[in-house]
Design a protein around this ligand. Structure first.
Ligand code: GLN
Length: 456
């Protein structure tokens, strides 16, 4: 099939699946791009991703395209430059088909916090796709593109990947440039791929990884050859942390994960029981530190430089207030208020400073564990996809959905969610693999082995 036809087929799928609401914007010019790339393939000059059709989460900048973060406050805002990841994909001849829906400013676990409306899970449209990269997960799961980029501050790639039955990777902090990613919590944010198979994930990761002088936290360390080594079989030790298999984990997920562990034992992986003793503090630490960082990052949206501006205000400070009151949604306001509170003079020591110390202890837990094991295996989520509306009135319930995913962001390590089966309602189940910083390679090769087995 020609690249042009392939893009047209995806555009038709997008049109037929409008009810899923996965995309905020579609780029029809992707058809023209497909034609140009076909010419390059004929001439033998095409890049590594020639013809790969990619969707980009709407909090990542594409030059001259809208960048809304699914927020009213960025209504009509267009980016004037490409994110580094976008630049790298275009340089390798990927085709960008559109921008995907997400929770407003990537704050959420269900994609219900979007000014563009909720996104639906293709396995059951009465359920959420997960969030905040819900549109990206759905675009991949419903075959509306080959691969998508998401962002992950506390699980926003892995949790929707798990709920929608696709692969999703949060790379090591600093492995992929954040230049052009709208900041939520800058010391946690990572961009990463969501794909239908592990080979595509390795390809996209190898393209978007690497040093970028425009991101001071980007790591200037050579990128592993993820594609070449995917079939590599190292003798790996896998740690099973008891804290991730306690109360609250759904029984069907537990059973399916145990089956995977038994398979790995049969495959000569060494399984080791481990402990990550500070796990119970991860959610609280995450929500103190990320709200603090976001209250500062979101201060720039005041109606002066970006997007939406409230009309008919009496004076400047009134204009700021009205713009922010009208432009931000409820969850974003909740985070800004929480973050302002934990940073306030009277509470800084009790909350922000203490949380920084606990972050250090969590990092120590993982450093200790990675002296004994190469990988850590856990569920991605405590439950499968929940019903739309089920948790919207209980923010704490919603936050608890991130129980297994936030640690990787608190500690900067890479983490991959792999689809491993379905529950009795036919909803996808995901399993998470984590490794030491910059060792994405072992995640990919283990996932490759597991996936080969699950396909047979
Ligand atoms: N669900 C988490 C939150 O609401 C994670 C978000 C993310 O990773 N962007 O903060």
């Amino acid at each position: 099939m020609s690249l042009e036809q392939n893009v047209k087929d995806f555009l038709r799928n997008i049109d037929n699946n409008k009810n899923l609401n996965a995309f905020n914007f579609i780029f029809e010019e992707s058809i023209e791009q497909a034609k140009l790339i076909e010419e390059k393939i004929k001439a033998g000059t095409a890049g590594k991703a020639a013809g790969l059709v990619v969707a980009i989460k709407d909090n990542i900048a594409i030059k001259d395209k809208p960048l809304t973060c699914s927020s009213k406050i960025l209504n009509n805002f267009n980016s004037i430059y490409n994110a580094d990841v976008v630049e790298r994909l275009i340089n390798e001849d990927a085709i960008i088909i559109g921008k995907t829906n997400c929770d407003e400013f990537a704050m959420g676990s269900s994609n219900e916090n979007s000014a563009f409306g909720i996104v639906k899970n293709p396995y059951d449209e009465t359920r959420v796709p997960g969030g905040s990269s819900g549109g990206s997960a759905v675009a991949v799961a419903a075959n509306l593109c080959d691969a998508a980029l998401g962002s992950d501050t506390g699980g926003s790639i892995r949790q929707p990947a798990s709920f929608c039955g696709v692969f999703g990777l949060k790379p090591t902090y600093g492995r992929v440039s954040r230049y052009g990613l709208t900041a939520f919590a800058s010391s946690f944010d990572s961009i990463g791929p969501l794909t239908k198979n592990i080979e595509d994930l390795a390809l996209v990761l190898s393209i978007i990884s690497g040093w970028d002088e425009k991101d001071s936290t980007s790591q200037n360390i050579p990128v592993q050859d993820y594609i070449e080594n995917i079939n590599h079989k190292s003798k790996l030790r896998i740690g099973i942390p008891k804290e991730y298999f306690g109360e609250g984990l759904n029984d069907e997920i537990r059973t399916v994960i145990n089956e995977q562990i038994n398979f790995l034992i049969g495959k000569d992986f060494e399984i080791v029981d481990i402990s990550l003793p500070h796990t119970e503090y991860s959610i609280a630490t995450y929500y103190i530190l990320t709200t603090a960082e976001s209250s500062s990052n979101l201060a720039r949206y005041d109606g002066v430089r970006y997007g939406y501006r409230s009309k008919n205000s009496k004076n400047l400070s009134n204009m700021y207030m009205n713009t922010r009151s009208e432009g931000f949604g409820a969850e974003v306001k909740r985070r800004i208020m929480l973050g302002t509170y934990v940073l306030s003079a009277g509470y800084y020591d009790a909350y922000y400073r203490k949380a920084q110390k606990v972050r250090r202890l969590l990092k120590q837990d993982f450093d200790n564990a990675f002296e004994k094991v190469d990988l850590i295996l856990t569920p991605t989520t405590p439950t499968t996809a929940f019903k739309i509306g089920e948790k919207t009135s209980e923010p704490l319930e919603m936050y608890l959905n991130d129980i297994y995913t936030t640690s990787a962001n608190l500690t900067g390590i890479p983490a991959l969610s792999i689809p491993i089966g379905f529950d009795k309602n036919g909803l996808p189940i995901g399993m998470q693999l984590m490794s030491a910083q910059l060792n994405e390679q072992v995640l990919l090769e283990t996932a490759y082995q597991i996936n080969k087995q699950n396909k047979n």
